[in-house]
Design a protein around this ligand. Structure first.
Ligand code: DAH
Length: 603
């Protein structure tokens, strides 16, 4: 359909070898129609392309193009002669065109921003060039100028993709929200989708992605009657740097900018693509050296990176990387195309090789999920010491030195130079055997109420199938006025329903901990029989961990008045809690930390 209008399918194509369909002469002007063209004819607010059509006996300097009955008429002054059916090369002035593309794409970006900010506006028309504007039916507050400019530039910075596709009139009507009243009949229908926005009808030339547009300025918003024009501008591309000035000695390094660098890179890329496709395979190596050797043309240009202003260097670096990989691919493709077929045979229908993809360790997953659920009811994850004074791990938790309850924790003590006297005191350092040391530390921050979740590593002198010397606990602490056991039960039910599933609930069993009164062990109903008792769980309930109402002595140790405040606390093993979720019965819990990928990959 749009076979002859090449700019519609590839706005980056700069030239084409084609044939002359018709030539006419009016006064000094010559009008030429081609079988195919890369020239954009004036329309849709985008000015016409200019350039050159060269045949064997003549050259037409194209100054203007129009679309007539689906064909582009190229107009200009002819030097020499053209004959019908003769083969010619049509080449556009790329600098001018790229400028037009940037203006045009800028218009679309601005339009998306405008319609998001002010719904209900009807676009009327648009114009590029020195007084570029978009006209809408509707009133726009001029104070929005800065906001529209900022948001448009945000789209530029996000480097959003521009994709175009051809459609039938029915598809067009179905897919776009607004169809222009006067759709030109002689033009193929095309829609443009800017990543993240709804498609719009568009027949102009567009950049590949918004980053190419560069900074956009909204210069004025002016209303007349019920029409409003938003004027905008982009900075022009610098003068094209001629091919002959490509080597470093000749490039005026002072004027090197991202745009001129990009133009040079695109030139080399096009030149190389052509050479790669034309050279024999045994000549490719020499070609590679010619461009990428230590004084090769591409190498010399890449060295120019250092002459770019700081803020443009990163973007230029990215261009260079893209350039290198597309050239490399072209070399590879060319080499492969020459390799004898039978030695290269492969089954294209085979599935590709997927690169291995990692994921977080099962315990990190557990920590993230637990934190997220508690955060929904106002608990904040905090971090407290994993190597701490004995007094926080025991003494301030209502377990003075030599208290027998301490024996339940097979604690690692850290040796430190102390006098005999000190050794008798509790000033010892421990690898925390539980996360409860975080309780008094949190209270000492002096901020009430407290809603903390302390998830940390714990250490105990145990290693067997059901114990590892390093594991994780999560400790919850809630201190406020009038906290009840009902609150504690409610929080547990909320957690298990969100973590294990809606049908799960908890029950409390009386227990003893030094730091809570009363104390409980918390059980959860079995996920299979929901509490009735089955082969797996036997009693219908599984143990989750410890909890209780914070002991007044612990509150006092944290400088909180127990007559005024109270609260609850709980401490559960993260590994155990998480393993119970997947129903995985680990024969040996140490597998979690053996770093065997065959095991870890399963979660
Ligand atoms: N720290 C206890 C342990 O490691 C668990 C625990 C029980 C923590 C009751 C608590 C609690 O905060 O209230 O076994």
């Amino acid at each position: 359909m749009a076979g002859n209008l090449l700019y519609l399918s590839d706005s980056y194509q700069k030239s084409v070898k084609t044939k002359i369909l018709a030539v006419t002469q009016k006064g000094k002007q010559t009008f030429v129609m081609l079988e195919q063209t890369v020239f954009y004819p004036e329309g849709g607010g985008q000015p016409s392309d200019q350039g050159l059509i060269a045949g064997s006996n003549g050259k037409l300097k194209v100054t203007h193009c129009r679309l007539v009955s689906g064909n582009v008429v190229h107009e200009g002054m002819l030097k020499g002669t053209f004959t019908e059916h003769e083969e010619v090369t049509a080449q556009i002035d790329w600098t001018l065109r790229f400028d037009h593309m940037r203006w045009h794409s800028a218009r679309h970006l601005l339009h998306e921003v405008v319609t998001q900010a002010i719904p209900g506006l009807v676009p009327v028309k648009g114009e590029h060039g020195t007084h570029a504007y978009i006209e809408y039916q509707g009133i726009i507050n001029p104070k929005l100028k800065n906001r529209l400019e900022t948001e448009t530039n945000m789209l530029v910075a996000e480097d959003r993709q521009f994709a175009t596709e051809f459609v039938t009139i029915d598809e067009l009507k179905e897919r776009v929200a607004w169809v222009p009243e006067k759709l030109r009949k002689n033009k193929p229908l095309r829609i443009l989708t800017i990543a993240g926005f709804a498609p719009t009808p568009d027949g102009g030339t567009q950049v590949k992605s918004s980053g190419e547009v560069g900074p956009v300025r909204v210069t004025a918003i002016e209303s007349a009657g019920e029409l409003t024009r938003i004027y905008y501008a982009i900075d022009p591309l610098p003068e094209p740097v001629k091919k002959t000035t490509r080597s470093t000695e000749n490039v005026n390094t002072q004027s090197m900018t991202l745009n001129s660098f990009r133009t040079l890179l695109i030139d080399i890329e096009n030149e190389l693509f052509e050479k790669i496709s034309k050279r024999a395979v045994h000549e490719l190596e020499a070609l590679q050296v010619e461009y990428f050797g230590s004084h090769g043309q591409a190498t010399e240009l890449i060295k120019e990176l250092r002459n770019l202003p700081d803020f443009e260097r990163k973007a230029a670096g990215q261009l260079v990387n893209e350039f290198k990989s597309s050239i490399q691919e072209a070399f590879i493709r060319r080499r492969e195309s020459q390799t004898p077929v039978n030695s290269q045979w492969f089954d294209v229908s085979l599935p590709g090789i997927k690169p291995p993809q990692g994921h977080l360790h099962i315990v990190s997953q557990a920590i993230m999920e637990i934190t997220e659920i508690f955060s929904r009811i106002g608990f904040t994850r905090v971090r407290h010491k994993e190597v701490d004074w004995d007094e926080y791990a025991f003494e301030k938790l209502n377990m003075p030195a030599h208290h027998p309850a301490r024996d339940e924790w097979e604690t690692f003590f850290i040796e430190q130079p102390t006098t005999n006297d000190q050794r008798r005191t509790t000033k010892k350092i421990v690898l925390t055997p539980h996360t409860s040391n975080g309780q008094v530390r949190e209270m000492e921050k002096g901020k009430l109420p407290i809603r903390m979740i302390n998830i940390a590593k714990c250490y105990r002198r145990q290693s067997d199938v059901s114990h590892v010397p390093m594991f994780h606990q999560f400790e919850g602490l809630y201190i406020d006025y009038h906290v009840s056991i009902g609150n504690l039960k409610g929080v547990f039910d909320f957690f298990v329903q969100n973590f294990y599933g809606e049908k799960r609930k908890t029950r409390l069993r009386p227990y003893h901990f030094q730091f809570t009164e009363p104390s409980f062990e918390v059980d959860i109903n079995c996920g299979i029989c929901l509490g009735k008792g089955c082969k797996l769980c036997k009693s219908g309930w599984l143990e989750l961990g410890g909890a209780g109402m914070v002991h007044p002595n612990v509150l006092k140790a944290g400088k909180i008045n127990p007559d005024e405040y109270n609260g609850f606390a709980f401490g559960w093993g993260a590994e155990r809690t998480y393993m119970m979720k997947s129903g995985t019965q680990l024969d040996d819990i140490r597998l979690l930390y053996n770093n065997d990928l065959r095991f870890l990959e399963q979660f």
